[in-house]
Design a protein around this ligand. Structure first.
Ligand code: FAD
Length: 399
């Protein structure tokens, strides 16, 4: 039997849920969300640093800058309104070497351009905020914070159901085609006729697009971020969030310290190639995922360009002492004995055929479909703003 809904959303991560929530509550659409896992937010949306990003790093005017700023405000309001653990605690970005000082100053100017209340602090000033941080100079970003993102996802799912929508778990999207009244969507447990479809499939965004007849030259490469946690007796070394100055040769923020909304302090994440799209440990290997990676010109070029950094990251992945040494640049008192094994998350990194990372959020529209092809960090922070943006775009396609 074919079932019906106004709009289908593929993927119950924060981006898919926020989109379905906006459609169901603000726009009164009858939505159905398909999620292949037994529960919501099973991948990136629950395996991340839990940080509410301020918008410090992003090119002014880019979708990442705009949606991060709007999303951060929406996220704090949502957490407040629903009693979800969060704290706008501010963060420090610390320069620990002379050569980082010009980049720290460039970040300060970018932060000001992005409307943030950033201030540059001397060691005496920043140790009043983080007594154990070490370094030459720091930026204080008061707008940064932390949130319990899995609780946000569960709350969105509950409110979608309360608004008459459905979140169908264990329902894997298989393919979609145009149909007379919209889109025909085949999932593992049946077929749906819907007016329009949105795909927010994270680590599988390229495959879901291809199975919907949407041509794209983007390939998703999985990059794992591994964490340690600080031993309980050493958690007092970190009050809030302590970040390094990002290395411009490297597309990630660098390992940092994060106090979690649920308690405890995490240190990480690094960035190593994952051997499966959902490869949370070195033992998780997918032949299909590796073959797709090896076939992709963009992925091969990316590996060639970042070979040296990649090898160094893999060596650090296997050495707690190396990991601790990187962390000790920010908090000199840290030793390997302070670190306990933590979790990991896998980033969906969208690569172009030229082997460069797609820097901004990327959306592709075709017929009655909108595909979110690239939603990297800060998409957890920005999810509620992305959801409203995508909802407006898909409704426009309904005419
Ligand atoms: C290590 C790490 C740290 C990060 N730290 C932060 C941070 O501190 N702050 C921040 O703002 N962002 C952070 N991010 C980024 C953020 O977590 C992601 O950008 C965001 O969660 C993306 O949400 P999503 O819904 O697009 O993807 P996901 O959460 O991955 O959701 C996609 C969903 O689609 C489902 N799916 C895929 N294929 C199918 C299919 N065929 N059928 C049905 N369902 C399917 C998946 O099972 C999954 O549930 C971090 C990410 C990582 C990995």
């Amino acid at each position: 039997m074919t079932r019906t809904a106004d709009i289908a959303v593929v993927g119950a991560g924060l981006v898919g849920l926020a989109t379905a929530h906006a459609l169901a509550t603000t726009h009164r659409q009858r939505v159905v969300v398909f999620e292949k896992e037994p529960g919501v937010a099973a991948h990136q949306s629950s395996h991340n640093s839990g940080v509410i990003h301020s918008g410090l790093y992003y090119t002014p005017g880019s979708a990442r800058a705009r949606l991060c700023t709007e999303g951060r405000v929406r996220m704090v309001e949502f957490c407040r309104a629903h009693g979800i653990a969060h704290d706008v605690c501010g963060k420090l970005v610390v320069a620990t070497r002379e050569d980082e000082l010009p980049r720290l100053e460039a970040l300060r100017l970018r932060g000001l351009e992005n409307g943030l209340g950033v201030t540059a602090l001397t060691p005496r000033e920043f140790t009043a905020i983080e007594p154990h941080a070490g370094g030459l100079r720091a930026l204080h970003v008061p707008e940064s914070g932390i949130a319990d993102y899995p609780a946000v996802a569960r709350t969105l799912a509950r409110e979608i159901a309360e608004a008459g929508g459905a979140v169908e778990c264990r329902a894997a999207f298989q393919r979609a085609h145009d149909a007379p009244a919209g889109v025909r969507v085949e999932v593992s447990d049946g077929t749906w006729e819907v007016g329009a479809m949105v795909a927010c499939a994270g680590l599988h965004a390229d495959r879901v697009a291809a199975a919907s007849g949407v041509e794209t030259d983007i390939v998703i490469a999985p990059f794992r971020g591994e964490y340690y946690t600080l031993a309980p007796a050493r958690q007092s070394l970190v009050r809030h969030l302590i970040y390094p100055v990002p290395d411009p040769r490297f597309p990630f923020l660098g390992v940092h310290f994060t106090r979690m909304a649920g308690g405890g302090v995490e240190a990480g994440p690094n960035a190593v190639i994952a051997l499966a799209r959902e490869g949370y440990t070195w033992g998780d290997v997918s032949v299909r995922d590796l073959a797709d990676f090896a076939r992709s010109r963009g992925a091969r070029r990316f590996v060639r360009t970042h070979f040296g950094t990649g090898v160094a990251e893999i060596r650090r992945s296997f050495s707690k002492a190396r990991f601790a040494a990187t962390l000790a640049r920010l908090v000199p008192a840290i030793t390997p004995d302070d670190l306990r094994s933590g979790g990991a998350g896998v980033r969906a990194m969208a690569l172009t055929p030229q082997g460069t990372m797609v820097d901004d959020f990327a959306f592709v529209e075709r017929g009655r479909m909108v595909h979110v092809l690239n939603a990297p960090s800060p998409a957890a922070t920005a999810s509620l703003a992305i959801g409203h943006h995508v909802a407006t775009r898909v409704l426009a396609r309904l005419g």
